[in-house]
Design a protein. Structure first.
Length: 161
């Protein structure tokens, strides 16, 4: 993990905060090409009722439509939280490269349990379990407190910090 990785992850956390401010779960993600250019960014958008509107899933769909297989394989997806199984599968199926995440699925599960939030309907499998061939890096301890606070704020339904 280098300074560029951390800068991209910090942007993902900003996108996660935007999601929380809009009433969505706080997740944000970037797709960065091999040259270091951000090609696509998004935040969670599930509050409208479509539980598949995760930013990582949107990245996979965008990449499949707009990048060659070689460009996808050389790209990196940065995200505030480790991919869920749906997003991990989409990532692998379209042939995207490395994933770098600020917080892990295990951290998220622990935070939600501490807040008394009932687990969702999908098992919390790690990226490595769903897509073992995808290189991953994370979590990043220096971002954990900030990400945890965003999830706590969202779980409590607050519109501001």
């Amino acid at each position: 993990m280098d300074d560029d990785d951390l800068a991209h992850l910090r942007r993902c956390v900003e996108l996660a905060a935007e999601a929380a401010d809009a009433g969505d779960e706080p997740f944000g993600s970037l797709l960065v090409d091999a040259a270091g250019r951000v090609r696509f960014s998004d935040r969670n958008r599930i509050s409208g009722g479509d539980a598949t509107r995760h930013p990582e899933f949107a990245i996979a769909r965008w990449a499949a439509e707009n990048l060659t297989p070689d460009e996808r394989a050389a790209a990196t997806v940065y995200t505030s939280g480790e991919h869920c199984p749906m997003c991990s599968a989409a990532h692998a199926l379209v042939g995207l490269g490395r994933i770098v995440f600020a917080s892990s699925g295990a951290q998220y599960a622990a935070w939600m349990a501490e807040l008394g939030v009932t687990p969702g309907p999908v098992a919390g499998l790690s990226i490595r379990q769903v897509a073992p061939g995808v290189p991953v890096a994370g979590p990043v301890p220096e971002l954990a407190d900030e990400v945890s606070r965003l999830h706590e704020r969202a779980a409590r339904g607050a519109a501001s910090p």
